[in-house]
Each structure stands twice: as C-alpha cells, then as structure tokens.
Design a protein around this ligand. Structure first.
Ligand code: NG1
Length: 492
C-alpha cells in the first residue's frame, strides 16, 4: 500500500519559495470568493498539478517508461459539505469561461451521467466524482459546495484535464471523510478520465498525484504502473524549466490517421518484424521484444538498446522508395502476414492514411528515446551538480532531433522556439507531448529565466502572433520548477 495523499499545512512545502507570496494571494482570493458565492465557510482545500514531459516521447504506447514532472500550475478546489442533500454546486473563479453548474447524485449504480459528446468543463469534475463514489459505494454521499481555480492552460499539452480530475476525486474523498493512498487515487483517476471519451495512458495522472517537490518522476507501465522519484541536480544557480506553447493546435482527432495513430501502427509493425527476426513469439510492443530478447543478458540497459539498434539496422531490408519507408505490400512480405490481415488488425478500428510505413525511422526513435530516458534518470541519480545540466540538456536536444527527423512529430514552430531558446541560455529544448504543435520545454538556470522568456516572446510570439495579448502570453509561456503532487491543503 503506497503512502496516503498528504495533508500539507504550508504553501512553501508545495511551491518554490519565490512563488509563495503570489500563491498565498491566490488561495486567499479563492477562499473569499467561495464564501461570497456560496455564503458558507470553506471546510477543505485540495490541489493537483499539471505536468510536463521532460523526456520519453511517443514511447509509452510501446511499453517504455517516460520521465515527466509536476509543474506549479495546478487546480485548487475549495469546498464545504452538507448532509441536507446530495447535490453538487460547482463554481469556477473564471465564471465567464466556466459557468457555475449543479447536478445531483444518481444512486450507487450510475452515480452521475456524463455526456462525453459535449465539451463541458464540469464533466471533468464528474469523472473524479464518479470514480470515487464507484470505489467507495456510499449510500448517501454528502452534498457539496465547491469553487475551482485552475492555472494549467487548457489545451496546451500540460494535462489540465488530469489535474482537474485528480483534484476532483481528492475533493470527493476529503469531503466524505474517506482516506485514500496516492496509488489508489492515481489508478482511479486514470480510469475515471476515460469517461470523457479519451483513452488516457496513465502518465498524466501519475505525474499529477505521485510527483514530489524538486523531483522528476520516472513512470513505468510494464509489467504494471510503477513510479520512482528522480532527484534533479542541485546546482548553483538552481535549475529551472520554461514551458512555451507554440499555440499551433494539432487537432488529434483530425490528424490522427496520418500522425498519432499511424505512429502507433508503425511501432507495432516494427515490434512484429524485430520479434520475427530474433525468433521470438509475435508480440505487440518493442518493449516486449527488448524484455524477451535480453531476459538473461548481462548487458546494461543502455547497452541493450545500443545492441538492439545495431541489430535492427542489419535486419531491415533496403526500401524501394528512397528511404521513405515500406509499402503495405512490402510490410506484408516482411512480416509474412497477408495484407488483409494487417488491415484488419491495425488499420480498421483506428483508420490510418499513408503510402509508406517508416519502420526504420520509428524503430530508431523509440529505442534511442527509451535509452535516453534511462540515461537521463542515471545522470540525475549520479549528479555532479552544475556539469550534469549539460548532460541533461544534451539528452533533451537529442530527443528533439529524433522527434523531428525520425519520428517526424515536430513542426517548424517547435523547431523555431527550440532554436531561439538554445541561443538564449537553454541547455536543452524539445517538444513535450504528442507534438505537431503544442508545447515545448526548456532546461535553464534560475538566473536566465527572464532572458529566455523575453527572447521567446520577442523572437517568436510577437513575430508570429502580432496581436497576442499580454494575458495570452502569460498563459503561453511559463517558468516552473518540479513541484509536489496532489495534496490536501490545511493551512488556511
Ligand atoms: P499529450 O499530447 O501530452 O496528450 C500524447 C499521449 C501520451 C503520449 C504522448 C507522446 C494521450 C492522452 N496522451 O500526449 O500518452 O503518447 O502523446 O509522448 O493520448
């Protein structure tokens, strides 16, 4: 049984000292607004943060671990309870964008209806509410008065939804005087978030709940969800991260057949091909190939990746398309699986549109990226202080290069921001999340944060988006430190 979700009584145990005065004001304001809107005294406060992925892109669905960290941007929920009814009244500090809602508990079986066809902010609360009440099977849950303040920009690849679902689930637990471990909260939030119709993998909720202040988090998925806190190097000046959203929106659903879903298919095909060449049983993921082939090996983890990469280069036949990849017919011959079977297995449930399957490129990215995650973790554990920043930065830059050239999930805007950042004191710059737009993350030191942010504002945002407002800029580019995970805040 993992540790319980912590109760924290002072903001400096959550945020960096430099952020505490601003956060203190924010909490006080939320508590005051709660009283104003609901006309009652607040009884509890909970929080759960967003996350940024530091390294390990597009390898979670291949079974390999990833390395995100929680950020300071988070969702706070203030609440009070009533025994007079089982109604939920939920308001948001940003009432224009997120108008107040009311709904009622619908009994043990159903708990609450969620219409996932509508983009409705309170659905995320309902996910956490439903997940918790299904777990605890209460006959008469408390009625709730709630007020939410979220600072994780929505749609920026920083997991605002996971932050909200985790905070919601924790609010329901706290309100009903239940107790829960961090692992249980994570597992419930992962399943609960699927109620809004997204097949979420688990990295986001793990980072939101299980992160520790000043640590990144190594999340592994196989054989089961497992996390390890990774100490970030202690340096002088302290290291810091800047996250910049390119504001390029790659609509996941529209582009999936050519982008995300195609990559999933290509990596499955690569796993089948390597398994065949290595005389292993047919498997689904490259992680299974790696685990099975090196099960009794004396090589280190990183040496195994190097070895497998070398073998892959030898195994893959030359393609007939000038290094563009293989046609479906060619893949069919390589795997010894009829085209129809490949189509049924990989291209029907989630449609895929392509002429070529770039198995060599994708294999190289996945294996080298998975190796970089291990190397990043090791460098942090054996940190030499200041010089380790460069090691970490090099790994992040190599990850970006691989995402761009081999996995082809970058875009000109991401490349621009990364280049500007590197010229202005970033040790490592890369996309974070699925790519094709979305957010970038940059490793720097505290003394350089302002310069880096100014450079990206002037050389990227103000040029590409001349009409951008200061408020939009403040949401688009943020500085952050590795922050602690979900907690009940008792210091009010
Ligand atoms: P983002 O773009 O942060 O939602 C997506 C996937 C992750 C992972 C990354 C690529 C979802 C909900 N998330 O992340 O699981 O595959 O792309 O590393 O699909």
């Amino acid at each position: 049984m993992s540790a319980p979700v912590p109760s924290i009584n002072s903001l400096d145990k959550i945020y960096d000292p430099s952020a505490v005065p601003k956060q203190d004001k924010r909490y006080k304001n939320l508590l005051a607004q709660f009283e104003k809107v609901h006309g009652r005294k607040p009884e509890f406060v909970v929080r759960s943060p967003g996350r940024v992925n530091l390294i390990g892109e597009h390898i979670d669905y291949c079974g390999f671990g990833v390395l995100p960290m929680a950020i300071e941007r988070d969702v706070i929920i203030v609440g009070s309870t009533t025994d007079e009814d089982t109604k939920i009244r939920i308001a948001n500090i940003n009432s224009k964008k997120y108008p107040a809602r009311e709904f009622d508990y619908e009994g043990k079986e159903k708990v609450v209806s969620i219409d996932s066809t509508k983009l409705e902010w309170s659905n995320y609360f309902k996910c956490g509410y439903k997940g918790m009440l299904e777990k605890f099977q209460l006959d008469t849950p408390k009625g709730l008065y709630l007020m939410v303040d979220g600072t994780v920009p929505a749609g920026g690849g920083l997991s605002s939804s996971a932050a909200f679902v985790c905070a919601s689930a924790l609010a329901v637990v706290t309100a009903n005087n239940l107790s829960i471990s961090k692992t249980e909260l994570t597992e419930i939030a992962i399943v609960a978030e699927r109620n809004v119709g997204v097949n979420s993998g688990g990295m986001d909720q793990s980072a939101s709940v299980l992160s520790e202040k000043d640590f990144a988090l190594h999340v592994e998925f196989v054989p089961k969800l497992r996390t390890q806190a990774v100490p970030l190097p202690v340096t002088s000046p302290k290291l810091a991260f800047v996250i910049a959203n390119t504001l390029v929106v790659a609509d996941k659903f529209v582009t999936a057949p050519r982008n995300y879903n195609l990559r999933v298919v290509e990596t499955h095909m690569a796993a089948l091909f390597l398994a065949k060449k290595l005389n292993l049983p047919a498997v689904d993921t490259l992680k299974e190939v790696y685990d099975l082939y090196y099960k009794d090996s004396s090589l280190s983890e990183v040496e195994r990746f190097t070895d497998l990469l070398k073998k892959a280069e030898e195994f893959y036949p030359k393609d007939n398309s000038n290094n563009n990849g293989y046609t479906l017919d060619e893949v069919s011959q390589m795997l010894d699986i009829p085209v129809k079977e490949l189509q049924d297995k990989y291209m029907t449930r989630f449609p895929v549109e392509t002429d070529y399957f770039r198995l060599v490129h994708r294999t190289k990215h996945v294996l080298s990226e998975a190796s970089r995650v291990i190397e990043f973790h090791k460098a942090c554990e054996n940190s030499q202080g200041d010089s380790t920043i460069k090691t970490l930065g090099d790994l992040m830059n190599a990850s970006q290069e691989s995402c761009d050239k081999l996995f082809m999930c970058s875009c000109p805007e991401i490349n621009d921001v990364c280049e500007i950042a590197r010229k202005n004191g970033s040790f490592g710059s890369r996309l974070s999340g699925a790519g094709w737009g979305g957010s970038t993350v940059h490793l720097t030191t505290e003394d350089n944060v302002a310069k880096l942010i100014d450079a990206i504002k002037n050389e990227f945002y103000r040029k590409k988006y001349p009409n951008i407002t200061e408020e939009e800029l403040d949401d688009a580019i943020i500085a952050t430190k590795p922050c602690s995970g979900a907690a009940i805040y008792t210091g009010f």
